[in-house]
Design a protein around this ligand. Structure first.
Ligand code: NAG
Ligand code: NAG
Ligand code: NAG
Ligand code: NAG
Ligand code: NAG
Length: 247
């Protein structure tokens, strides 16, 4: 069985990996009101914005697992920029990342279980412009508009944004029709969406984080034919609790 899997992997999974972008600012976005999203974190490698993330407790940042090796954080000095709006200003706090916890079943390609928790070297309890966001499952009542924010590219192969951008996105009910993966949510791509550099940021509905930016169609942030893909946070609650509560 193991052999069959190994032999099938390159043939079957690589093309899938190719159809999904390796990394996923905000396309069709607007500038966020400064500090209106105090949970937003810029996860940085060697002091350069690499991924989005969000504070889920005073000590933990949630982000995407693919940020670690696929985006080179494993070979860099990793810090979390907290309470930021304009990354070119110095109006934020930089905290060293002390530990990273990648979900044990994270896989690439294609991405699955794309979730990671970063433990900070210092509590953000008294940090300026910073606050955690609660995480939960998508309420059945909310099938309309949610939102996403980030400092990533503003179009395919475009420049990233120094200031935080945001856009409203609709969550799709029939995600499986577009992407055959488990534990994902589909949103965006019609009015606004995500692009490289937004990975790890939260899909926010009713002030609650329900998803993590994971991937989008390769080389097509602008007018994607399939919705953007997010990790379904509520499918990982036991793992999240275990890590956060045991620290
Ligand atoms: C973006 O860059 C990639 C790689 O350099 C290239 O293959 C692709 O055609 C570019 N796409 C656009 C829309 O510019
Ligand atoms: C979805 O993926 C599973 C396993 O990865 C496979 O067994 C199934 O046939 C796929 N379904 C479709 C519609 O492609
Ligand atoms: C951006 O807006 C245009 C025009 O409304 C739309 O066609 C396109 O799909 C939107 N892009 C995303 C990523 O939602
Ligand atoms: C939105 O959140 C508030 C407080 O967190 C809650 O009371 C309300 O029921 C939520 N609305 C929906 C539609 O889930
Ligand atoms: C997300 O995961 C939760 C927990 O497993 C599940 O109840 C919910 O239906 C999932 N949401 C979607 C849209 O698949």
């Amino acid at each position: 069985m193991a052999l069959v899997h190994l032999l099938l992997l390159p043939a079957v999974l690589l093309p899938l990996g190719h159809s999904a972008s390796v990394n996923v600012g905000i396309v069709n976005g607007t500038v966020a009101k400064p500090h209106s999203r105090p949970y937003m974190v810029s996860v940085q490698g060697n002091r350069a914005h690499t991924c989005g993330g969000f504070l889920v407790s005073d000590l933990f940042v949630m982000t995407a697992a693919h940020c670690w090796t696929d985006k080179g954080l494993d070979k860099a000095e990793v810090t979390a920029v907290i309470g930021a709006y304009d990354l070119k200003s110095n109006d934020f706090e930089r905290i060293a990342v002390k530990e990273h916890h990648i979900h044990p079943e994270f896989q690439y390609p294609p991405y699955s279980n794309d979730i990671m928790l970063l433990k900070l070297g210092k509590s953000t309890e008294n940090s300026k412009n910073a606050a955690k966001i609660s995480i939960s499952k998508l309420s059945k009542d909310i099938d309309g508009s949610c939102s996403v924010a980030g400092w990533g590219r503003i179009k395919t192969n475009g420049t990233t944004s120094n200031v935080l951008l945001e856009t409203n996105v609709d969550v799709f009910k029939n995600c499986g029709k577009f992407w055959n993966y488990t534990n994902i949510l589909c949103a965006g791509g019609k009015k606004g969406g995500v692009c490289q550099g937004d990975s790890g940021g939260p899909l926010v509905c009713n002030n609650t984080a329900v998803g993590i930016v994971s991937f989008t169609e390769e080389n097509n942030c602008d007018k994607p034919t399939k919705p953007n893909v997010y990790t379904n946070i509520s499918a990982f609650m036991p793992w999240i609790k275990k890590i956060i509560e045991h620290q």
